[in-house]
Design a protein around this ligand. Structure first.
Ligand code: ADP
Length: 443
């Protein structure tokens, strides 16, 4: 039983369940040979198939505005559960109910016609989801901007790479005014820069009261984004609890399993010239530039150029744990500004700030500049961070009593760094732990 109403519920409180799953099971019938399927359709007594119970009686309630993460080994039934909730698959027994518009990012390609262009598919999806022409046209600029596919939007999606596909699918799914968003590992296919952008948008949707159900292998994402998590194992719901509890149990269960090692992201290593025209945005030319940065501010000054030096030489962003880097950012002032603050933040791929500081906290830099000034600010950072992808945000703001100051030019996730190391530890901070065995009698 599934009730999809095309509009948001009028008076939903935080505690309203938007998804209720009761004792849902799913049995797949598998045939050893294709012909057996045909024989079965004529058979009265004989059974040509074997049964496989992918879900064995799942109970789950998701409330409005909640983000629930689903973890479990491969084959534990996560996708099957999502597909049932999304209304794509019938359960074998049990009941489920959903309230509100569901937007689902399931298997790549589901719901898209390969012969149609990206734009035509977006329009088709919108009409299937019950959006009017006007609503779709209102959403179009955000879809186009978010996916960043440019002219590719006018090409058939069969020509897309999986990364491009994910960009389109995500841009469409989040723009369908969903009440419930279902995401099945889809983000893992996109490149890390795009993933960052998606997680930022998920945060925003969450604030707007959208309920999000997502399957992921990333325990960090569960800890960071979920209010609650569940763990499936062999079709059973093994645990439901706080993200921390569930992640701990999941890691314990996975301890002996294969560890997936992700290949480092390739960063374009083209040479980069330090001569620049300050009236242009030279940041986009740097090999570490992240085109999925999030930029805003009133524009009284612009960060027009940066360079990243590693041990005195230019770097393309592939750095080693423990390296000292200097980020030199040039700022051009279009107006006189006082009470200036310059800031830097380093974040993980899924948005955890691992370090941040600004000139107000440090209190060293001049706080006033005149129109026409071009200044360079140098941030020195020692990358005591473990292997992974990190994003550096730079910002110029004006000090103000309001908590967040006045943004002049904030460039979030501007610089992409990939840190490699010996993989002798996990987490983010390189705390250089030592393991020693102290036997009795040692001093
Ligand atoms: P997960 O998403 O946790 O990896 P799935 O829900 O995809 O797990 O699959 C659960 C189990 O059901 C797996 O063992 C899988 O092989 C099986 N399964 C999934 N789809 C089918 C299908 N169409 N026919 C037969 N078995 C299937």
């Amino acid at each position: 039983m599934s009730s999809n109403t095309p509009h948001k519920l009028a008076s939903s409180g935080e505690q309203d369940p938007v998804i209720t799953v009761e004792q849902v099971t799913k049995c797949y019938q598998t045939y050893r040979k294709p012909i057996h399927r045909l024989w079965q359709s004529f058979a009265t007594k004989k059974q040509y198939y074997s049964e496989f119970w992918a879900l064995k009686g799942i109970d789950l309630t998701v409330h409005r505005g909640e983000t629930v993460g689903i973890v479990g080994k491969n084959g534990s039934g996560k996708s099957t559960l999502l597909q049932i909730i999304a209304g794509i698959l019938q359960p074998t027994s049990g009941q489920f109910e959903t309230h509100g518009r569901i937007s689902a990012l399931l298997e790549l390609g589901a719901g898209f016609n390969p012969e149609f262009t990206g734009m035509e598919n977006a329009r088709l999806n919108a009409s299937i989801m019950g959006l009017s022409r006007e609503e779709f046209h209102a959403k179009l600029p955000d879809i186009v901007d978010f996916c960043g596919l440019g002219d590719f939007l006018h090409r058939p999606v069969k020509t897309y790479s999986s990364g491009m596909f994910v960009r389109l699918a995500f841009a469409v799914a989040i723009n369908m005014n969903p009440d419930i968003l279902i995401v099945d590992e889809a983000l893992a296919v996109g490149d890390v820069r795009f993933q960052r952008k998606c997680f930022r948008r998920l945060d925003q949707l969450k604030e707007e009261g959208v309920s999000i159900l997502f399957v992921t292998h990333s325990t960090d994402s569960v800890l960071q984004y979920c209010d609650r998590a569940i763990m499936l194992d062999e079709g059973e719901l093994k645990l439901t609890g706080s993200p921390k509890q569930v992640v701990q149990a999941y890691l314990e269960m996975m301890f002996d399993s294969d560890v997936e090692v992700k290949a480092p992201v390739e960063v374009n290593a083209d040479d980069y010239s330090v001569d620049f025209d300050p009236s242009e945005d030279n940041c986009v030319k740097h090999p570490t530039y992240n085109s999925n940065e999030h930029r805003w501010g009133d524009g009284r000054a612009k960060i027009c150029h940066y360079e990243v030096l590693q041990n005195g030489a230019h770097t393309n962003g592939l750095v080693q744990r423990g390296d000292e880097i200097r980020i030199r950012a040039s700022v051009l002032f279009n107006q006189d500004v006082d009470d200036l603050i310059y800031g830097v933040t380093v974040k993980t791929n899924d948005g955890n700030a691992v370090y941040g500081t600004n000139s107000r906290l440090v209190g060293q830099l001049p706080t006033r500049q005149a129109s026409g000034d071009l200044v360079s600010i140098e941030f020195t950072l020692t990358l005591n961070l473990l292997a992974g992808d990190y994003f550096v945000s730079l910002g110029v703001a004006q000090d103000h009593e309001s908590k967040d100051n006045i943004a002049i030019d904030r460039r979030y996730d501007l610089i992409h760094l990939h840190i490699s190391d010996t993989q002798d530890a996990f987490g983010y901070a390189a705390l250089d732990g030592q393991l020693n065995l102290i036997t009795e009698g040692d001093t």
